[in-house]
Design a protein around this ligand. Sequence first.
Ligand SMILES: Cc1ncc(C[n+]2csc(CCOP(=O)(O)OP(=O)(O)O)c2C)c(N)n1
Ligand SMILES: [Mg+2]
Length: 339
Amino acid sequence: METALENLYKQGQVVGGVYFGLGQEACSCASAYALRKDEWLGPMIRNQGALLVRGFSPADIMMQYMAKSGSPTKGRDASSHFGDIEKRNVVSPISTLGDLIPVLAGVALGARLQGKHIAVMTYIGDGGQSTGVTYEGLNFAAVQNLGLVLIVENNLWGYSTPADMQFRVKDLAERSIAYGIPGVIVDGTDACQVYDACHEACERARRGEGPTLIEAKMMRMKGHAIHDAAEYVPKPLFEYWKRRDPIARLEDYLVNKKRWLTPAENEKLIAGVERQLEADRELAMNSPMPTPESAAGGVYCEPGCHEIKPKYAMPKSVTIGDRGEKPSAPKRSAAVHMK
Ligand SMILES: Cc1ncc(C[n+]2csc(CCOP(=O)(O)OP(=O)(O)O)c2C)c(N)n1
Ligand SMILES: [Mg+2]
C-alpha cells in the first residue's frame, strides 16, 4: 500500500507528504493483532499497517492522502489525522509527539470506571520518547495501574538525529525500571516476537495489572517522509537491515520454516493483495474532491459531534485509592523485570 502511495505522490495525486513504515511492518501490524475488537489503538504516523489491521481499507488511507471527499476526514486533513471512535476504536494520531500516551491512559481509565479492564495500545519513537508528556502519561498509567501497552519504536532515527544523540541508555526498555513497570525488548522485524510480547502485555492489562513498555528494535528504511532522501544514513546500515526485512522474514517463516503456506498459496495471497490494492487505487483516483461549498463543514464542532457515550457500562463511582486492583490480585512486588 505504501508503495502505491509513493507512486500516487509521484503522479502528483497526493496533497502534502507521504510517510512510510517500511522496515517496521512487523511491529505495526503484529502489535495491532494482539488487541481485541473492543479495545483501543492510538496509531502514530508509521502505523498505517495497524490501521489496516483495525479495519480501515487501503482506499481510506489513499483517499486521506489525496484529500478526497470520501476519505475518513472528508478531505479535511491530508495525511494521518483520523480515527474512528464509533466502530473501530481507533484514536486519531496527535502530531505533538507523546501526547497520545496520556490520552490512551485516559481511555483505559474511562473503561475501568465502567467496570472493565481493557488493553489500550499506542506507539512512540526513539525521538518522541524524550518528551515530557511521555513521562507524564506513562507514569500516570503506572501509578493508576492502567492497561496501557506502550510500544517504543526504536527505528534508530528521529528525523536526521541518530538514536545515540537522543538518549544515553543502552536499551530504551531500561526506562521501564524507573516507571516501576515491566519492560520488554523485541526484535521489531520479527512479527512473531512482536505479537507474543504484545499479547502478553495485553493479557496483563486485561487482568488489571497495569502498563507494559515494549521496545521494538528495527530501522526506518526510508527518510522521515517522502521529501527526505535520508542521505545522512550510512549506506551499510540500510544493507544490514534490508537483510532483516520484516515481510521477507515472515514469508520465510510461513513458507520455508513452518510450511504453513505452500509456495502456491503464498503466490495466490500476494496476487490477491495486489488486486485489492489496484482496485482501491482506482476507487481513490476516481473519487471526487470535496465541493468548495462544503469547506467550512466538519471543521468546528456541530451539535452532537463529540458526544462520547460509555461503551462498556454506566460509570461507577470510585473510592479514593482504588486503582482497579481486585481484592484477590497478587501483591505487586517492587522488583521490575526486563526481558
Ligand atoms: C513534541 C514534538 N516535537 C517535535 C515534533 C516534530 N517532529 C515530528 S516527527 C519528528 C521525529 C520523530 O522521531 P521518532 O520519535 O524517532 O519517530 P520516527 O519518525 O522515527 O517514527 C519530529 C522531531 C513534533 N511533532 N512534536
Ligand atoms: Mg525514530
